[in-house]
Design a protein around this ligand. Structure first.
Ligand code: SF4
Length: 410
């Protein structure tokens, strides 16, 4: 393997594998500023919370040894979950990797594990707390690891929107559906109001169920997953969808628009997947003839339409694994995962869809120093950064999650 620095400081790595040379090109830095995180903001939000502990220095050469020792000392008492978008330095300590729902279910399937260390983001740790027993404690190594999409739908905003629908006599015909990537409060709201949670794998089945219960859907918080599923998989038209902006009175919509709509999309999006554009797709097709473009349904509608294949993180992984040697893939999802796929499949040409860096900056708050700190504190008998969901919210969120598990084919 050789590594060098490409034009503009871009790192390029080359692998020669059985005569096939695979190249990973690190995208250049983006001009867009990352979210400012971690300094003295409201702890009730999902981000901007200072770590209360004494973190080891990132330069400590013993971090890997310390994490290994702490994990060994805890044995079966700890179960470490690693989301697919997590850093390599952290993922190496994960007992299981997966998407958010798979990880929450894996935690629930390990009742002997007293401590669930969730290397993901806040809403995922909440789901794990909801699905695990009271005897299990869920730890998020850095409380600043939130999700910008989940933050785009706060409970008071959603309750206001529901009030708008109620005043128009529409709420009773509307079924709320929330993506897994939402706070426990929102899942609780949906459970309280006869709705369902969905993932990017089962959004179509969730919407089919919802339209059997009512005439309209309020889809939270990801407009793109809602629109892509409704239009590309359910046969609705773009005109059947309206966008509810929580920052405008009445969502910025007229009563008529709300009455006519079949799909009321919340104005939320993923700041990572929302970065891919139609230009990204056109550009890679020009640069790499014959490339297959594979994207996540959290991408914008025009990007999904222009792609060859669309599917959840698990679908993306399965598709790349099954691809023939020598095939070329441009993948539109988080960069850590795409890089790991490229490294794991040197016989295929796997590249990132965009030229710019596209990490989930909040997920990446969890680094090795935070993981070492959380594990060593557990060894010392102190549970840090525990994530808990109050009993009432957890009960109703569980209703919406159970409804998802009861979907046909679930
Ligand atoms: S990738 Fe997007 S949806 Fe997933 S945690 Fe990061 S901001 Fe949230």
């Amino acid at each position: 393997m050789a590594a060098h620095t490409g034009a503009g400081g871009t790192a390029v790595a080359l692998w020669d594998h059985g005569g096939v040379t695979s190249t990973w090109v690190e995208p250049s830095n983006t001009a867009t500023a990352l979210l400012l995180l971690g300094r003295g903001s409201d702890p009730a939000t999902e981000r901007g919370v200072e770590c209360p502990g004494d973190l080891p220095a990132p330069s400590d050469p013993d971090l890997v040894a310390r994490a290994t020792a702490a994990k060994a000392a805890l044995g079966d008492r700890v179960f470490v979950l690693g989301h697919h978008y997590q850093r390599d330095e952290v993922i190496q300590f994960a007992d299981v990797t997966g998407d958010s729902f798979k990880l929450a279910r894996e935690a629930a399937a390990r009742p002997q594990a007293e401590f669930i260390v969730f290397c993901g983001v806040h809403f995922m740790a909440e789901s794990a707390d909801i699905l695990t027993s009271d005897a299990q404690q869920v730890v998020l190594p850095d409380l600043a690891a939130g999700c910008s999409m989940a933050d785009m739908a706060a409970l008071p905003q959603v309750e206001n929107a529901w009030d708008v629908l109620t005043e128009l006599g529409l709420a009773e015909h509307t079924v709320p559906v929330t993506y897994m990537n939402s706070s426990a409060d929102i899942k609780g709201f949906v459970g309280r109001n006869g709705g369902v949670v969905c993932t990017s794998s089962n959004a179509k089945r969730a919407l089919e169920w919802a339209y059997q219960q009512g005439e309209k859907v309020l889809f939270l918080p990801d407009q793109h997953l809602g629109r892509n599923t409704a239009v590309l998989e359910m046969g609705l038209s773009l005109d059947d969808c309206v966008l509810y902006d929580p920052h405008k009175p009445g969502g910025g919509l007229t009563a008529e628009q709300l009455r006519e709509a079949k799909m009321i999309l919340w104005r939320g999006h993923c700041s990572v997947h929302g970065r891919f554009t139609l230009d990204s797709v056109n550009d890679v097709r020009q640069r790499v003839p014959g490339v297959t473009v594979l994207v996540h349904p959290e991408c914008r509608h025009e990007v999904v339409r222009a792609a060859d294949l669309v599917g959840s993180t698990e679908y993306i992984i399965r598709t790349i694994e099954a691809a023939p040697a020598g095939s070329a893939w441009a993948v539109g999802t988080e960069l850590n995962l795409v890089r790991r796929l490229a490294l794991a499949h040197p016989d295929k040409k796997i590249m990132f869809l965009d030229r710019a860096v596209c990490y989930c900056s909040t997920m990446n708050r969890i680094d090795l120093p935070h993981l070492v700190w959380a594990l060593e504190e557990l060894v010392a008998g102190r549970v840090v950064n525990r994530i808990t969901v109050d009993a009432d919210t957890a009960h109703h969120a569980r209703v919406a999650l159970d409804q998802m598990l009861a979907l046909p084919g679930a």
